[in-house]
Design a protein around this ligand. Structure first.
Ligand code: PLP
Length: 388
């Protein structure tokens, strides 16, 4: 049975070109970039080339990019970096109630250390209201952190509007753009952000590498201590093959993103409309238009999302109930709850995320198999007993 992978938001396969670009840095070009001899300096040169490619993808300058071990570290570095540089001075951070755990858990950590956090509510589509951001600002506010696009429901937040508010108030603005960079155009200047998180494995790069964009002049304390790598902003020997792969993925994204987004939007709509037409008691979660081109999040009433997933897996189809982390922990989605979905609809949600190699035949197969699975599960469902 051929596997159908529809969980690109959890991770993307590494692009074959990326693997090819990385390989020499495991073998011939293995030098430590901090070494002054030529094999070290070659590795250093490769890192700097990758930095330029990533900066180009988001309209930044290369010296404004630091490499990290992924999106989680970039989020931690941004939030803790700003918080710690304001220690014993100002202490208020504004964020949303639908952030990835990398942001919410960091906020909760800071809260336990005396920082005050405002978690903004969202509307039924998962949108943050920029006016709420404006109203939450106080003299104590040091940072606003709102994600660019939500990893579970794909809703794209009004980042440029929030950026304008942050600018006017003179407050640093961070966005977690892990699900966005490489998929839709991102320009740090148009958005007015000071800090932006990226992860390579969400854009066909390798796992375990990411970046934080830090606008020139932004004051933040490094949260890793050790060597002088990344101009003293992030200690530890660089993950050279990973960074080279990340750079290659960024370059490919720049070339392919436009066409790919068109194709994905078409397939996404085929899948969404097909499910809504063929299975009754289903609804789309997230904003119908202001959403990522690859995200389909649906609630299927009277069945557990988890049971559907297991049955899809038996058919060779990989999907998710939300973020990769909440899928394995069995926790309810804080995103869907924040959007006001009743708990039973939260438990019956299902996320398909499409990607570069998704085909129309694959979508057709899901549309054939999914209604059969739902009918089977509903026939067994205690939730349906007593209903027609
Ligand atoms: N932020 C968002 C929105 C994500 O979707 C993810 C990964 O799922 C992360 C952060 C964490 O990124 P990483 O896996 O590179 O640590």
């Amino acid at each position: 049975m051929k596997r159908i992978y529809l969980d690109y938001a959890a991770t993307t396969p590494t692009h074959p070109e990326v693997v090819k670009a990385m390989l020499p840095y495991f073998t011939d070009l293995f030098g430590n970039p901090s070494s002054i001899y030529s094999c070290g300096q070659e590795a250093k040169g490769a890192i700097e080339e990758a930095r330029v490619k990533i900066a180009d993808l988001i309209g930044a300058r290369d010296e404004e990019i630091i490499f990290t071990s992924g999106g989680t570290e970039a989020d931690n570095a941004a939030l803790k970096g700003v918080a710690f540089s304001n220690e014993n001075k100002r202490n208020h951070i504004i964020t949303s109630s639908i952030e990835h755990h990398a942001v919410t858990e960091t906020c909760q950590f800071l809260e336990r250390r005396g920082y005050r956090i405002t978690y903004l509510s969202v509307d039924a589509y998962g949108l943050v209201d920029p006016d709420d951001v404006r109203k939450a600002i106080s003299n104590e506010t040091i940072l606003i952190s709102v994600m660019y696009a939500n990893n579970e429901v794909g809703t794209i937040e009004p980042i440029a509007e929030i950026g304008k508010i942050a600018r006017e108030a003179g407050i640093y603005f961070h966005t977690d753009a892990v699900q966005t960079v490489g998929h839709i155009p991102v320009d740090v200047n148009k958005l007015g952000v000071d800090l932006l998180s990226i992860s390579a494995h969400k854009l066909y790069g390798p796992k375990g590498v990411g970046a934080l964009y830090i606008r020139k002049g932004t004051k933040l304390l490094p949260f890793m201590h050790g060597g002088e790598q990344e101009r003293g902003r992030r200690a530890s020997t660089e993950n050279v093959p990973g960074i080279v792969g990340f750079g290659c993925a960024a370059e490919l994204a720049q070339q392919e993103m436009g066409e790919e987004a068109g194709q994905l939007t078409y397939l996404r709509d085929q899948l969404t409309n097909g499910i809504l037409e063929r299975i009754d008691h289903t609804r789309l979660n997230g904003h119908p238009l202001q959403r990522l081109p690859n995200n389909v999040n649906i609630s299927v009433d009277f069945v557990e999302g988890e049971s559907i997933l297991l049955n899809l897996d038996l058919e060779g189809i990989c999907a998710s109930t939300g973020s990769a982390c909440s899928s394995s922990s069995g926790e309810s989605s804080h995103v869907l709850l924040a959007m006001g979905l009743p708990p039973e609809q939260v438990h019956s949600s299902l996320r398909f995320t499409l990607g570069k190699w998704t085909t129309e035949e694959e979508i057709e197969r899901v549309l054939k198999v999914l209604p059969q699975i739902v009918t089977k599960l509903r026939a067994l469902s205690p939730l349906l007993r007593g209903r027609k």
